[in-house]
Design a protein around this ligand. Structure first.
Ligand SMILES: [Cu+2]
Length: 166
């Protein structure tokens, strides 16, 4: 018998190892399913980098030169929000209940964050990039948006308010 003809033992996997391998595969499949359901059925979106801007000129040219809310159509709004140490411009946004607002946020200095409290609107604000998410205002009320990325001494005071009116 030459070495190549030696019968190969079949692959033996320990019972516990097999169990953990199956558990890991089931877990991955569950996560993939959860992400698919969240994206397709529950409208959960990833904050996408919308476009690139020059942080040195973003405050003086383009849509962020006049930050604020614009009405695109009845019930459809967009807001351009400028983040800088340590405030959001504009500080207050007002939209009626039932409308939809697309938020475009950028920073002209350091990295900030944007979280709309009580909702799943949460994104990083990175100089040179514009982050975008869409919020549907279903419940009237006052929602604060806060910076959640430590940006210096005044970070704790960096917030604004989105008011959903009746
Ligand atoms: Cu901050």
């Amino acid at each position: 018998m030459t070495p190549s003809q030696t019968p190969q033992p079949s692959l033996q996997i320990d019972r516990y190892e097999r169990g953990w391998m199956i558990a890991a595969i089931v877990l991955l499949a569950t996560f993939a399913l959860a992400v698919t359901v969240a994206g397709a059925a529950m409208g959960i979106q990833l904050p996408a980098p919308e476009l690139r801007v020059n942080p040195q000129t973003v405050a003086s040219e383009g849509p962020f030169a006049q930050p604020g809310v614009r009405e695109l159509a009845p019930g459809r709004y967009e807001a351009y929000i400028m983040s800088q140490t340590w405030l959001f411009i504009p500080r207050e946004i007002k939209i009626p209940k039932g409308s939809e607002i697309t938020l475009y946020v950028t920073s002209k200095d350091v990295q900030h964050g944007f979280k709309l409290e009580g909702t799943n609107i949460n994104m990083m604000v990175i100089p040179g990039q514009v982050s975008r998410l869409t919020f549907r205002a279903e419940k009237p009320g006052t929602y604060n948006f806060i910076c959640h990325e430590y940006c210096g001494l005044g970070h704790a005071a960096m917030f604004g308010t989105l008011i959903v009116t009746e």
